[in-house]
Design a protein around this ligand. Structure first.
Ligand code: FHN
Length: 461
């Protein structure tokens, strides 16, 4: 059995490190300076996009969540089973996704209304889902002699989606990651974090110079002690120097406070990353964030996990994020054959049908001016003196009267977005705000959008 080592690659690493200057110059040059306007320009596509696909894919999809009679595993398979790394490595020989079709994946995301894709280039198990010269512990050591990231990057480019990658800072496999696991029977020598960082930089250089423009570098696994704020600053600078236009999430640093995902104290990175939750309120203009979420209970593929969220919940989550000024990064966990599970495909198709009608109420919108709406959410667009409010009605009023609390403006126009003729809806002042007269039934059970066109400043009491 071919063993996965870093020996021969260490020489390659050394060479690459020498050429990248990482070894001697421990710290990277500061990230390119940018004015607030330049920062906003770099972040613009991301803030307008609002909706992306997260892909957790790796050798952990081979056991598909099962081991030793238990069925709850996912991408944390190695850590949770604590099987010897040498045994875990054997799954690589079984990873052969012959049904993988990058264009089909990208088309699925695009049809759902997603504008970018974030795929795991390396998760915590250290396995590279790309052909790396820095280690054999990557796709090269599988029967699948292609590069899925290369193919996805090309398919994204062709379809006009942003290609982005996830990269784990923590590495349960690498001998130099300082919190070495007792079941890592392959690791020898004394862990050396500087050497680990040099190795990580080599792989990041491969990804940031060999796969075209990268929209986001989505770091994760920063919470263990060996990783520090200073290392985070250095890595941020390193990445931004390789691709000045790329966006880096806040998990490059140590500021993130739990699943809430926003920085407390010293943070690094361009935006906050709530996980499996959507913040109760937004964080105000200028604070950029993205909530990532599973469709069932696992990130990586688990063949027994049928706890799928409904299309209604997923659509309303997307609206909820946009109404608070944030993005929604929705996950799929493909099989080891290279297929996205049927229930995920169905739900993405349903989201796509909704987005086909309602996308203008999501893309390039801003957070709601209303603190709370009992019947749903609101997004808005401001252009010059005009404001467009998109009222996302989850609970259709039985009496056909939709009250917009506190709104004192008289809209120039009001109509249903699903009504292609944009037939006017009657509006009028109500005791507690504005009343919009709605037809008896909602055009879309998932969520129906009422559009209010308002001239001049918003007046909300
Ligand atoms: O441990 C990971 C987990 O496997 C998954 O990748 C999520 C996705 O954001 N992040 C970590 C848990 O916070």
């Amino acid at each position: 059995m071919k063993t996965h080592s870093y020996l021969r690659p260490i020489a390659a690493t050394l060479l690459a490190v020498l050429t990248s200057g990482a070894l001697f110059a421990q710290t990277s040059a500061a990230a390119p300076d940018e004015t607030p306007q330049q920062h906003d320009a770099r972040m613009a596509w991301f803030r307008e996009a609002r909706f992306g696909m997260f892909i957790h894919w790796g050798v952990y999809s081979v056991p598909a969540g099962e081991w030793n009679g238990k069925t709850e595993y996912g991408e944390w398979f190695l850590e949770q089973t604590k099987i010897p790394v040498s045994q875990y490595e054997k799954y690589a020989a079984q990873f052969n996704p012959v049904k993988f079709d990058a264009q089909a994946w990208v088309q699925l995301a695009k049809s759902a209304g997603m504008k970018y894709i974030v795929i795991t280039s390396k998760h915590h198990d250290g396995f590279g889902m790309f052909r790396s010269d820095a280690t054999d512990w990557c796709i090269k050591s599988t029967p699948f002699q292609r590069d899925p990231l290369k193919e996805l990057a090309a398919a994204c480019k062709a379809a006009g989606l942003k290609f982005c990658f996830y990269h784990s800072i923590m590495d349960w496999h690498h001998p130099d990651w300082a919190t070495r696991r007792a079941w890592n029977d392959k690791a020898t020598g004394t862990p050396d974090m500087d050497r680990y960082v040099a190795y990580m930089k080599v792989q990041l250089k491969e990804l940031l110079t060999g796969y075209g423009p990268i929209g986001i570098v989505w770091f994760d696994g920063e919470w263990e002690k060996p990783w520090t704020h200073d290392r985070g600053v250095d890595l941020y600078n390193y990445v931004r120097n390789l691709q000045p236009k790329t966006i880096v999430n806040n998990r490059v640093g140590k500021g993130r406070s739990g699943m809430g995902g926003m920085d407390k104290g010293q943070g690094v990175g361009d935006y906050g990353t709530p996980e499996q939750e959507i913040p109760a309120m937004g964080f105000g203009p200028g604070v950029t964030w993205e909530s990532c979420m599973t469709m069932n209970k696992h990130w990586g593929y688990n063949k027994n996990d049928q706890n799928w969220k409904s299309a209604e919940v997923l659509v309303r989550n997307l609206i909820d994020c946009a109404s608070k000024g944030g993005n929604y990064l929705l996950n799929v966990g493909p099989t080891s054959e290279g297929l996205i599970p049927g229930p995920s495909v169905e739900r993405l198709a349903a989201m796509g049908r909704w987005m086909k009608v309602n996308r203008e109420a999501i893309y390039d919108t801003e957070a709601s001016p209303f603190p709370k709406l009992d019947w749903g959410r609101c997004t808005r667009k401001v252009s010059g003196k005009d404001t467009t409010l998109y009222l996302h009605v989850f609970n259709w009023p039985a009496d056909g009267k939709l009250i917009v609390p506190g709104l004192k403006n008289t809209p120039r126009r009001a109509y249903l977005l699903a009504d292609q003729r944009h037939q006017s809806l009657t509006t009028g002042p109500a005791a507690t705000g504005l009343c919009v007269a709605l037809p008896a039934t909602a055009p879309d059970a998932l969520s129906s959008t009422v559009v209010l066109k308002i001239r001049g400043d918003l007046r909300i009491e």
